[in-house]
Design a protein around this ligand. Structure first.
Ligand SMILES: Nc1ncnc2c1ncn2[C@@H]1O[C@H](COP(=O)(O)OP(=O)(O)OP(=O)(O)O)[C@@H](O)[C@H]1O
Length: 224
C-alpha cells in the first residue's frame, strides 16, 4: 500500500533526518512505529500521506509515485488514508457530530447521517454527539478523532501517539477500536513510545514493530 525505496529525508535547513529507508506497509498489516522523542515518527507519518516528499529515493502510495502526483491527485489519495494526529484539532464551535462529518463536507460528498450515527455508536460517543469539542475529555477527543479519521472508509489508518495523554484503560479502549478496524481489513500504523501498548496489541493480532533510531527505520526484534 505504502512503499519506500531507499528514502531519505531532510527538512529545509535541517540535517538529514532519515536515510536509506526501504520498507513496505502491506495491505491489512498492523504495525507500530516507535523510537525516541524527536527521532522522526511524526515526520515518517507525514511522508506516508505525501504531506512531505522524500529528499531522495522513491515513495509509492497505492501504486503511485508520490513525487509524480499533482495536488488534486494527492488530495484524492489522502482520502484513502485516515490520520489521527498527536494534537487533535476540532472546530470548537461545531458539535462533535458535525466535526466528524467534516471530511465528507471537504470531499464534497453528501453527509451520510446514518454513517455518522453508526460511527458515534462504535466509539461510544452517541451521548456526546451534540457537545462542543471543548467539553470533551481526553479519551472522548481521541475517540471522536478516530471516528473522523475513518468517516470516509479509508484503506489505511495512521495514528500519531493516539494514547499519549490517556490513562491505561482508555488507551486499551482506543487500541481495541484500532484492532477492530484492522480485523475488518484496514492497514493500521500507530506511532507510539508506549511499549505496554505494543505488548497488549501483540496478544490479539500479529504486529510488526518498526523502530526509528540513528536516522534508520528498521523492523524491531521480538525483545519487547
Ligand atoms: N517542520 C519542521 N521543520 C524543521 N524541522 C522539523 C520540522 N518538524 C520537525 N522537525 C524536526 O525533525 C525532528 C523529528 O521530529 P518529529 O516530530 O518527526 O519527531 P517525533 O519522533 O514524532 O517526536 P515526538 O515523539 O516528540 O513527537 C526533530 O528534530 C524536529 O525538531
Amino acid at each position: 500500500m505504502i512503499e519506500m525505496r531507499d528514502v531519505g529525508f531532510a527538512y529545509p535547513r535541517g540535517g538529514a533526518l532519515f536515510g536509506g529507508i526501504t520498507l513496505e506497509l502491506p495491505r491489512g498489516s498492523f504495525q507500530f512505529l516507535t523510537g525516541p522523542s524527536g527521532s522522526g515518527k511524526t515526520t515518517f507519518l507525514r511522508l506516508c500521506i505525501a504531506d512531505l516528499l522524500p529528499s531522495s529515493g522513491t515513495l509509492t502510495v497505492f501504486g503511485q509515485d508520490a513525487a509524480a502526483l499533482g495536488r488534486d491527485e494527492i488530495a484524492t489519495l489522502r482520502r484513502r488514508i485516515g490520520l489521527v494526529q498527536q494534537d487533535t484539532q476540532f472546530l470548537d464551535h461545531l458539535p462533535v457530530a458535525e466535526n466528524i462529518a467534516l471530511p465528507m463536507i471537504v470531499a464534497g460528498e453528501p453527509v451520510d447521517m446514518a454513517a455518522i450515527r453508526d460511527l458515534l455508536a462504535w466509539v461510544q460517543m452517541t451521548q456526546a454527539a451534540r457537545e462542543l469539542p471543548p467539553a470533551l475529555s481526553g479519551g472522548e477527543r481521541q475517540r471522536a478523532a478516530l471516528a473522523r479519521a475513518v468517516i470516509l472508509s479509508p484503506d489505511v489508518i495512521l495514528a500519531d501517539e493516539p494514547t499519549g495523554n490517556l490513562d491505561w484503560d482508555m488507551s486499551l479502549r482506543l487500541l481495541q477500536l484500532l484492532i477492530e478496524l484492522n480485523k475488518s481489513g484496514k492497514t493500521v500504523l500507530i506511532a507510539t513510545h508506549d511499549m505496554n501498548l505494543i505488548r497488549a496489541a501483540r496478544q490479539q493480532v500479529p504486529v510488526r514493530v518498526l523502530r526509528i533510531a540513528g536516522g534508520r527505520v528498521q523492523a524491531a526484534g521480538t525483545e519487547l
